[in-house]
Ligand binder design. Structure first.
Ligand SMILES: [Zn+2]
Length: 87
């Protein structure tokens, strides 16, 4: 059964990021791959900060990749011309 609310960590399950599974295990290390297990979700504040930063970084990279400079300039010129005709 999947626990609700705070999740699996709160009922003592641990997360192996390598195997991508939750397991009930006493040790600190994954019994199948030997990787260090996560016993609790990361600090909420830190997580929020990190997500905010990721969001900004993603927005920045999108801005860089989705901005075709030449087309944007042409659009601007067309817009200007349009204004001139109107005036
Ligand atoms: Zn593992």
């Amino acid at each position: 059964m999947k626990p609700v609310g705070t999740g699996r960590y709160s009922i003592g399950q641990k997360r192996c990021q390598v195997c991508e599974i939750f397991l009930t295990w006493e040790g600190l290390w994954c019994p199948c791959c030997g990787y260090r297990l996560r016993t609790r979700p990361r600090n909420m504040k830190y997580k929020a900060k990190l997500q905010a930063r990721k969001k900004i970084e993603r927005a920045r990279s999108i801005a860089v990749y989705e901005r075709p400079p030449i087309q944007a300039r042409q659009k601007h010129i067309v817009h200007k011309r349009h204004l001139c005709i109107n005036v």
